[in-house]
Design a protein around this ligand. Structure first.
Ligand code: FAD
Ligand code: FMN
Length: 751
């Protein structure tokens, strides 16, 4: 086979040597525009030092590569005069030039032709090759040449960074955060041989411009950085090597192959330097492609198999890299707001791959420290002494909202059961909510409950609009209170334009086949094109509905509920005012974010005024509509600030369900980043909800300050005793009701 690799970086060289090794008859040329010893950058870091695939693929180069590794286990975070260190992370670094030397030597040894100082510009020159490898890096010319086939998407990230070296041998993977008059600077530094470290400096464009670096040449950049970090560098110098300020491009491609041309390494995909995986990805691409070619004789089949094999792994890593790069872009959000240990926890768990549990395995001392710190904060916040030693895992610490004391941080999310009779909850609701309260959650939120008969979503929804409802709810509330420490909240709502629909198992959001009732909403926009058009509310409608919320709140007090949640999410009536997608009003309730917030806040104030002052009120919001033209993050933060100013105690941060053509990005903890941001920027406590899969997720979220309470819907539906099982798995003693004390000491089989 005749193979040409355009580019002699890690991907091109490694693929070429693997192919030549598998069959010396292959005719392989690597075309590289640089000289052999002419590289950019300094060291590369491998976040996972094991490189198992590389060991299997070519033992010779693996042995040489690993013999040059500088190993270290620690991550050190320099934050406001403190250095926080977590150990057990297993990194390795090496010089990029040494890596290339090893691969070049191995290529030459096996008979790969290396053509340095050759720029591939006319691709027609390689037309007779059986396979053309586009290994020409992040700015791939091959990718541009065939852009209509590869369909590249390049996401230029806003921050500025520069890749420098230093003679300071950093003993750990080091993150430095430093404030100057210009703003906040972040450094990612790691050692790559006995005496040298990579030093990447990153800042927002604003900070970079304020420092005048938009006009700086390499030497001026160096002088500026040496001055800024004089104290940290302890007399060591910074070094340049084509050290120009850049923006990081996240590269993705619709396809990685076109006829006999295939993308590998950075040409196909990039992963931000903060997770140190680009080189490893490039090497793994080379392995996968070489294997696919060995397995499938035909190039077309092999390229398809390669892409199918690699894409999921690459995309998984790119998702982690995205969260990681966003964390660094948004570092101003956390810097100065979080205490040092929580800042460190937030940084370490940023990509969700490192968790409270995995950190505990790596560095039990670090996690004990964070647990102790968290428990002491919880003691102050809840005014409850925590006597346990060692302290409880974060999810089993108390939390206070006004005079409501929650015994832990787990909440059962409101979930419509579609089983009420004219709004009256019955035995199903008693068992459903009762068993979850016995199951260990500190707070159970009863389902979305209509403030009027017409305000229900379906005929099966619960309500709070007639005297019988108070009696029926009181039975449930009394049971919960008698059964143990769990508290119970009621979620009050009006369905708006999403009302008059079928039971959830008969067609969610689908209009009733017959017997529909008239709908109201912020504007006369139907949910589905075929749904009933609602009436745009006039002032009389607004007064009436506000009165219904007030009545329902009074009735909820009579029923004994501990807390109220007002539903302003998921496209229901109050949410329909907030989102520009559902609010087309031209009066003082439409237009600007302030106007769109006006009526929901009016309802909030009216409810707050009649609800006992010692009991909290939460509001559930959709922080994004996941649709073009909908609520954006800044607006959600703005709305949460307004809620705080109006006396809202805590915000439940959900997303979407405003419009049917939304494009949500589901996944583990997919809504938690929204909670994180609102909690930090709006400075209001939050509940996070959405695919919280494990107790480890809950502990990680809480310890890192991404929310104050963790809310589970389907998790607790699937397992009413989810919280008890989480306690058992963590060896935490959650007291049983008297009726069940014989369970103490019983070992459930949870596997
Ligand atoms: C600041 C920074 C820090 C990084 N840190 C790390 C890290 O710590 N760990 C890590 O694993 N990765 C890191 N990376 C990423 C890593 O450098 C790349 O992911 C990796 O080098 C990709 O290998 P590659 O072979 O695909 O591309 P490259 O290494 O970019 O190689 C492409 C080669 O193609 C050549 N070329 C380009 N066009 C042509 C042409 N027309 N004709 C001939 N030759 C051409 C180039 O000269 C180059 O040698 C970092 C990247 C940046 C920007
Ligand atoms: C059966 C069911 C009914 C739901 N009903 C409500 C509701 O009444 N009010 C509400 O705010 N959210 C409701 N939701 C949404 C959940 O409260 C929660 O926000 C969502 O399911 C994400 O959490 P999860 O990933 O833990 O399931 C419901 C979800 C389910 C699965």
């Amino acid at each position: 086979m005749r193979i040409v690799s355009i580019g002699g970086g890690p991907a091109g060289l490694y693929f070429s040597l693997l192919m030549k090794k598998s069959d010396p008859a292959h005719d392989i040329t690597v075309v590289e525009r640089n000289r052999a010893d002419d590289t950019f950058g300094f060291g590369v870091v491998f976040s996972d030092a094991t490189l198992e695939h590389v060991a299997e693929a070519d033992r010779e180069s693996h042995a040489e590569i690993t013999s040059h590794f500088a190993h270290w286990d620690d991550i050190a975070i320099h934050y406001r005069g403190q250095v926080l260190t977590a150990t057990g992370h297993g990194f390795a670094g090496m010089s990029r030039q040494v890596l290339l030397d090893i691969l070049q030597r191995r290529c030459a040894e096996l008979g790969v032709r290396l053509e340095f100082q050759t720029e591939a510009s006319d691709l027609a020159a390689y037309a007779d090759a059986d396979l053309v490898l586009a290994a020409d890096g992040v700015n791939s010319v091959v990718r541009s040449r065939y852009a209509e086939h590869f369909r590249p998407q390049i996401d230029w990230r806003p921050n500025k960074f520069v890749w420098l070296g230093t003679t300071f041998p950093y003993p750990a993977f080091t993150f430095l955060f430093k404030e100057s008059a210009h703003g906040l600077w972040r450094v990612h530094a790691y050692r790559y041989d006995a005496s040298m470290s990579t030093f990447i400096l990153e800042a927002t464009e604003q900070t970079w411009r304020r420092a005048g670096l938009d006009h700086a040449d390499e030497d001026q950049t160096l002088t500026f950085c040496e001055r800024l970090f004089a104290e940290e560098l302890q007399g060591h110098r910074l070094l340049k090597n084509r050290s120009l300020w850049r923006n990081f491009p996240t590269v993705r491609n619709g396809s990685w192959r076109h006829r006999n041309v295939v993308l590998v390494g950075d040409a196909a995909h990039t992963a931000h330097f903060s997770i140190g995986s680009g080189t490893k990805l490039a090497l793994e691409d080379a392995i996968a492609l070489a294997r696919a070619l060995q397995r499938h004789g035909e190039v077309a089949k092999a390229l398809a198999a390669y892409e199918e094999d690699r894409r999921p792994e690459v995309e998984r890593l790119q998702r982690a890299a995205q969260v990681s790069l966003e964390w660094f872009e948004d570092a101003e959000r956390y810097h100065g707001r979080l205490e040092p240990i929580q800042f460190a926890m937030s940084l370490l768990t940023r990509s969700l791959r490192v968790t409270h549990d995995s950190l505990k395995r790596r560095d039990p001392g670090f996690v004990s420290e964070i647990d102790r710190w968290f428990a002491s904060r919880a003691e102050q916040q809840s005014r409850v002494a925590i006597r346990a030693a060692p302290p409880p895992p974060p999810m089993f610490t108390p939390f206070r909202l006004r005079e409501l004391l929650l015994s832990n941080r787990i909440v059962v999310s409101p979930m419509c059961q579609s089983s009420a009779e004219d709004g009256t909850p019955g035995d199903w609701h008693l068992v459903n909510l009762g068993s979850r309260a016995v199951g260990g959650a500190a707070l159970v939120i009863a389902e979305m409950t209509g403030v009027s008969r017409e305000g229900r979503i379906t005929l099966g929804c619960t309500g709070m609009y007639k005297p019988e409802h108070v009696t029926a709810w009181k039975r449930i509330v009394d049971f919960v209170h008698a059964a143990g420490p769990a508290r119970i909240a009621l979620q009050l709502a009006h369905a708006g334009r999403k009302g008059s629909t079928r039971l959830q198992w008969e067609g969610k959001d689908e209009p009733l086949a017959e017997g529909n009732w008239p709908l109201i909403s912020a504007s006369a926009l139907p949910y589905h094109p075929y749904s009933q058009a609602p009436k745009a509310m006039d002032r009389a409608d607004m007064d009436r509905v506000r009165g219904q919320f007030v009545n329902a709140a009074r009735m909820a007090e009579q029923a004994g509920f501990d807390m109220l949640e007002i539903h302003m999410a998921h496209g229901y009536l109050l949410a329909s005012f907030i989102s520009p997608l559902t609010n087309a009003r031209t009066d003082e309730y439409g237009g600007s974010p302030e106007n769109r917030a006006r009526y929901p806040l009016e309802v909030f104030d009216a409810v707050r005024a009649v609800w006992p002052s010692d009991r909290p009120v939460s509001v559930k919001i959709s922080a994004t509509d996941w649709a073009e033209g909908g609520i954006d993050f800044d607006e959600a933060v703005g709305f949460a600030k307004r809620l705080r100013e109006h006396g809202c105690d805590i915000v439940t941060v959900s997303t979407g369900q405003t419009v049917p053509d939304q494009k949500p990005e589901y996944g583990r903890l997919y809504q938690t980043p929204f909670s994180d941001r609102i909690r930090c920027e709006a400075e209001i406590p939050t509940m996070t909800v959405g695919e919280i899969a494990s107790y480890d997720d809950a502990n990680s979220i809480l310890a890192a300050g991404r929310a104050d309470l963790c809310v589970l819907a389907r998790g607790h539906l699937d397992d009413p005793y989810w919280t008890r099982h989480a306690a058992y798995e963590q060896g935490w003693d959650l007291p049983w009701p008297a009726q069940y004390v014989s369970v103490k000491g019983f070992n459930p089989r949870l596997d």
